[in-house]
Design a protein around this ligand. Structure first.
Ligand SMILES: C[S@@+](CC[C@H](N)C(=O)[O-])C[C@H]1O[C@@H](n2cnc3c(N)ncnc32)[C@H](O)[C@@H]1O
Length: 277
């Protein structure tokens, strides 16, 4: 019997080692072959996406760090805000919030990609100082409105306008779960259902206006509601679109420049959007 054990033991030990090696290989392979998310709108960021899909605990922080390392986030303030407002709270269940891609949120709308949100926050940073007024047209999930609210603080005003009532409710629920919840409660952050092409005159003039959908031309009411010295960031065009930076000078004149080419859903009527026109 002792002789049998002596012979079986080495066989069992090497079998265990062999099985352990297979297990380690399976785990490693699973990490390496984790699905790479879509690179739509930003092929150059695919390495970041691979990093994000494989990274561990704090994926929102990882997303921000990568946007910093790629030079999209340039300032500490923008990084801080994006770290504090968890993008994971704003996407529909089952979506991957930390990959650099726009995502469907229903009603023929999307949440914009993280690099677009970061780009717009950088362009507007100086116009989102504590106490200033900010308008987010086509506020969708409420993500950027919440970021604006954190930047302008309790003495400022962040206003989201969205024409799909279900998205207005969705955004309010999202904001309630986020770091911007106290600002929603105290009223310095609000979201309203309306045609955003008309702006929201109640809290005008605005130091910062962001438009999250592409307009065929810049709506005049938005120019009128911009404070002298203020800035609007708006995608303009139909099939080919440019992100325009519109500065209202202190004498009320307007300067417009193109930041980059973009692809957004249209700023249109509710009916046309729901028909997918
Ligand atoms: C690309 S999504 C961006 C949403 C938001 N910035 C985000 O990332 O969650 C554009 C949004 O504009 C809204 N929209 C389009 N036309 C609009 C209009 N005339 N008035 C108000 N909202 C509009 C859409 O319903 C959609 O939610």
């Amino acid at each position: 019997m002792k002789e049998v054990n002596k012979r079986i033991f080495p066989v069992a030990a090497s079998l265990r080692t062999f099985l352990s090696l297979i297990l380690i290989r399976v785990v490693l392979t699973a990490k390496i072959t984790a699905p790479t998310p879509s690179t739509q709108f930003s092929p150059s960021l695919s390495r970041m996406e691979q990093y994000w899909s494989g990274s561990a605990i704090n994926k929102n922080k990882g997303m921000v760090e990568n946007l910093q390392s790629y030079g999209i986030i340039k300032s500490r303030k923008v990084a801080e805000v994006l770290e504090n407002i968890d993008r994971g709270l704003f996407v529909p269940n089952g979506a991957q919030p930390y990959i650099d891609s726009p995502m469907a949120i229903g009603y023929n709308a999307t949440i914009s990609a993280p690099h677009m949100h970061a780009t717009c926050l950088q362009l507007l940073e100086n116009y989102l100082q504590p106490g200033m007024h900010a308008l987010d047209v086509g506020s969708g999930t409420g993500y950027l409105t919440a970021c604006f609210a954190l930047m302008v603080g309790p003495n400022g005003r962040a206003v989201g306008v969205e024409h799909i009532p279900e998205l207005v409710s969705f955004s309010i629920k999202n904001i309630e779960k986020s770091a911007a919840a106290p600002l929603l409660k105290d009223g310095s952050l609000s979201v309203h259902e309306c045609d955003g092409r008309q702006g929201w005159p109640e809290f005008a003039p605005y130091h910062a206006i962001h438009v999250g959908a592409a307009a065929p031309e810049i709506p005049q009411p938005l120019i009128d509601q911009l404070n002298p010295g203020g800035r609007m960031v708006i995608p303009v065009g139909n099939i080919f679109q440019d992100l325009k930076v519109v500065d209202k000078n202190s004498d009320g004149s307007i300067s417009i420049r193109t930041e980059t080419s973009v692809r957004y859903v249209p700023l249109t009527s509710k009916e046309a959007q729901l028909k997918g026109e």
